[in-house]
Design a protein around this ligand. Sequence first.
Ligand code: CA
Length: 485
Amino acid sequence: MGRLSSRRDMLGWLGMLGAGTALGAWSGRAGARPEPGRPNIIFIMSDDHAAHAIGCYGSRINKTPNIDRIAREGLRLDNCLCTNAICGPSRACILTGKYSHLNGFKTNNDKFDGSQPTFPKMLQAAGYKTAMIGKWHLVSDPTGFDYWNVLPGQGAYIDPVMIELGRKEKRSGYVTDLITDSAIEFIQKRDKAAPFCLMCHHKAPHRNWIPDAKHGDMYEKEDIPEPDTFKDDYANRSRAAAEATMRVNRDLTPEDLKESPPDGLEGDALAHWKYERYIKDYLRVIASVDDNVGRLLDFLDKEGLADNTLVIYTSDQGFYLGDHGWFDKRFMYEESLRMPFLARFPGVIAPGTVNGDMVLNVDFAPTFLEVAGVKAPDDMQGRSFLSTLRGTTPKDWRTAMYYQYYEFPQPHHVYPHYGVCTEGYKLIHYYLPGKIDEWELIDRKKDPKELRSVYDDPAYADTVKQLKGQIAGFRKELRVPDETA
Ligand code: CA
């Protein structure tokens, strides 16, 4: 994939600006922005929204015109990856700029230590007004926010309870609409003398995918195609994939499916029926997210805020949309490792930019801080990619990343694993004393669907050796404790 498909356009565009440092070039229109170089930040994040269910990422199963607008007017990252692909842990990595073993939130059974440094606290200390609205999912109360209004735990789709600054109240309506209402209200009531950072974090499209009434009949008369790897037999890899309990054809519950299969269906026909039930509700729930992203963007236009606001759309990690026969996430395979990441930042990001730099969720915090002109603390493990957003990839930018997943055995029996992902390979170690000690090597160029481990193939012996060295280097650099060896 091209690093910058629109590089020529961008160079011309930057030339028109007359300066390489677009942020510094801002002159500050009266009333439109609090002060030059201190843009607002709106960080929209959904839960479990895979990139391959977003139009601008080439989805073949749905359309997302409003989310796509962010990419059209800004940028799409094609290689944004999650360091621990599961809900709460990814959120903790994003807040702290640190891997799970250092921020302490390794699984969804942990409780976030809200006393540790986070980017919202640093923005707040620098004069930003900060807000956290929607899905929080870190057990402890949010810290570092002037305003917060969050769902308890996973939250409900219909008439959810929300906790506003510690006060619980049942709301009437659909969760994605209510979160957007609250986000818009925060912006309306904000202190206009200060820049703001608003985290608008949707529950959708998390399991169990309950659509609102207006999208309930979408796709009713269509047949959504199964992905190529829907009938993966899990042969030729570690037994970790085969032993995971997240199969569409076996592990979806009656609550997920919401109706009983027709009599007489079995085998592939039954699996396909379940897939249709699952994927259609997933996409219906996303349709509401897309509508509400549009509503927020329109509101920014109306308020005159679009020009001085960085708008991000991402998801806490990817998801299996029947890929490998699965729903859910967790594995280091592409569909859950990869996060969608779209950003619009007028005057900084050239419209229509597509970029393939390897960016991680731990990079978000230092990036937001640099956008606000705040120095990131040295112990943040991520690195700001503002330069990439501006159109220049630093020469020493990473070409490999370290991943580690911990949660076992509930709820989907995915063995803990760590590994390295490079442009050409993934080397993954499934580890758990007495349970599993297996390696997988994926040749990403020859096997982009990730169906065959070549770990035991002698032709790859040197590659394995080199990648194991890379893992050891990462573990030392990132200060990963030894007990996971
Ligand atoms: Ca999630």
